[in-house]
Design a protein around this ligand. Structure first.
Ligand SMILES: [Zn+2]
Length: 495
């Protein structure tokens, strides 16, 4: 052991690496491209298959992470959804064309203002709020989901705010230490990033280094590394260079300490991903499922400024890459009718709708159906109990002595139930088979690249690496991470 360390309270540092996948990480390690992550794995615990939430879209997953609840409780259904009560589409930033059509102000206000201030259910408590109640300060660096107890301000350039007609400043409730893109920085307010709306990995490491070197690092920090997601979207999960770049940044971060041993001694390090991605085929006609073709006989709501809906609109499509919510806006069109329009498409593997007090699931191109509801004599690996009827092969579950095991769709029943109850409205959920992605008007796509959003395991299972504690999450799911973090802070740090 090098040097003498001053004994002080350990810190918990959660590094969220967007779209870090076990398969990419293992390849990067075998090529010698991820030495820092490898070292952390050797000094800690590695769990390759933590279950994410559904839809596998960051805003939903990160809300699950910091509230410890699924979408039926935190109420963030995805990156794009329809707010029945306000009668408008909520878009947090899907693609440039779609954003410009909804209006930049609409998207920025939703993403930075309403998402945290209003949309995440106010009855939930985030980890930042819970720790603050115990007088423990926290930090949120570069995360879109950050609700905390301190007034912070996100600032936009005047020319941008005036040009796109939105407020130059958004007041938010966030943790004590808070940083997001160039809108709010801890270290250097005037140093603008080339990526204004979300900081790059370089910026996150600079902010972390600043907190470490100035002895400001609070007991709990969550820092987001967002860059890898875009690279995997473009090049697919085999792109190990993206992991190599993350690893290089982590190496820089560890250089803020006198030694790697000191970094490990003084902190509990956790690396976690939020979702994986599935490769999308190359054929525009085959691999992009244009949902306007399935619902052509209805009046589909157009993408309009401010997410406005017209009284004559009958059906609304909210695409979240490989999953979509389809809404009926007309009382004469029932959800069964929405189901029947997509039922013959073999590229869709799950078609889900509410049925009485339970949920019905169909498979595209198949005649059978499956029904499930909460409660009953069957239990699954997460101690959840269920009643089921019909063809369980649709959701790929296996039954053995009243025990449910999941296959292609981890924690399928609970995650489908959560998404179906994530918001009000009459809608169905559809999930694309591997290789396919949904599109509608102006939706971005990832032809020949990779995408996420679905319930499928390649997008749902993410790696977790941690050092400095033998405590394990109660279950290997992101929904259980908050409880685990609280345990670490209480038991390892005695706080
Ligand atoms: Zn993504």
């Amino acid at each position: 052991m090098k040097g003498i360390f001053i004994v002080k309270k350990k810190r918990v540092i959660l590094l969220m690496v967007d779209t870090l996948m076990d398969e990419t990480l293992q390849q990067a390690i075998s090529k010698g491209e991820a030495p820092t992550i490898k070292l952390l794995m050797e000094h800690g615990t590695y769990i390759p298959d933590v279950v994410s939430s559904f839809p596998t879209m960051s805003v939903n997953i990160d809300s699950t992470l910091i509230t410890g609840l699924y979408a039926d409780k935190h109420r963030i259904p995805g990156l794009c959804w329809y707010d029945t009560n306000k009668n408008k589409v909520i878009n947090y930033g899907t693609g440039v064309k779609e954003i410009m059509k909804y209006g930049l102000g609409h998207v920025l206000n939703n993403l930075y203002g309403h998402l945290n201030n209003r949309h995440i259910c106010t009855k939930t408590t985030t980890i930042h709020e819970q720790l603050d109640e115990k007088k423990i300060l926290t930090a949120s660096l570069n995360s879109f989901i950050y609700r905390g107890n301190y007034l912070q301000r996100l600032k936009f350039p005047i020319w941008l705010a005036n040009g796109f007609q939105f407020e130059e400043q958004i007041n938010i409730s966030a943790p004590y230490y808070f940083s997001l893109g160039s809108m709010k920085k801890i270290k250097d307010e005037n140093n603008l990033n080339w990526r204004f709306f979300v900081g790059d990995n370089k910026n996150v490491v600079r902010e972390l280094q600043y907190l470490i070197k100035n002895d400001l690092l609070p007991i709990f920090t969550v820092a987001y590394f967002q860059d890898l997601d875009m690279k995997i979207h473009k090049y697919g999960p085999a792109y190990t260079k993206g992991v190599k770049k993350v690893d290089k940044r982590l190496k820089q971060l560890f250089h803020s300490f006198t030694s790697f041993e000191q970094a490990l001694e003084e902190n509990i390090w956790i690396i976690l991903s939020d979702n994986g991605q599935t490769p999308i085929g190359n054929s525009k006609h085959e691999h992009l499922i244009d949902l306007r073709n399935h619902y052509y006989k209805y009046k589909i709501a157009k993408v309009r400024k401010g997410g406005r809906i017209k009284p004559s609109d009958e059906v609304l499509i909210s695409v979240n890459q490989r999953m979509a919510y389809i809404y009926t806006l007309n009382k004469k069109i029932c959800t069964d009718e929405l189901v029947s329009q997509v039922k013959d498409d073999r590229r869709i593997d799950l078609i889900v709708c509410n049925a009485g007090d339970g949920i019905k699931v169909y498979e595209g191109g198949k005649e059978t159906e499956f029904y499930f509801k909460r409660g009953g004599k069957l239990t699954d690996e997460y101690d959840q109990s269920w009643s089921i009827q019909g063809d369980e092969s649709i959701v790929d579950i296996t039954l053995n002595n009243n025990h449910i095991s999941y296959g292609s769709f981890p924690d399928a029943l609970r995650r489908l139930e959560a998404a179906m109850n994530s918001h009000d409205g009459n809608f169905i959920i559809i999930n694309a088979r591997p290789g396919y992605e949904f599109i509608a008007e102006k939706t971005p796509h990832h032809l020949g690249g990779a995408a996420h959003g679905s319930l499928y395991k390649r997008e749902s299972l993410v790696p977790l690496i941690f050092t400095g504690t033998n405590l394990q999450p109660p279950f290997k799911r992101i929904v259980d991470i908050k409880q685990w973090l609280m345990q670490i802070i209480e038991k390892e740090l005695n706080l």
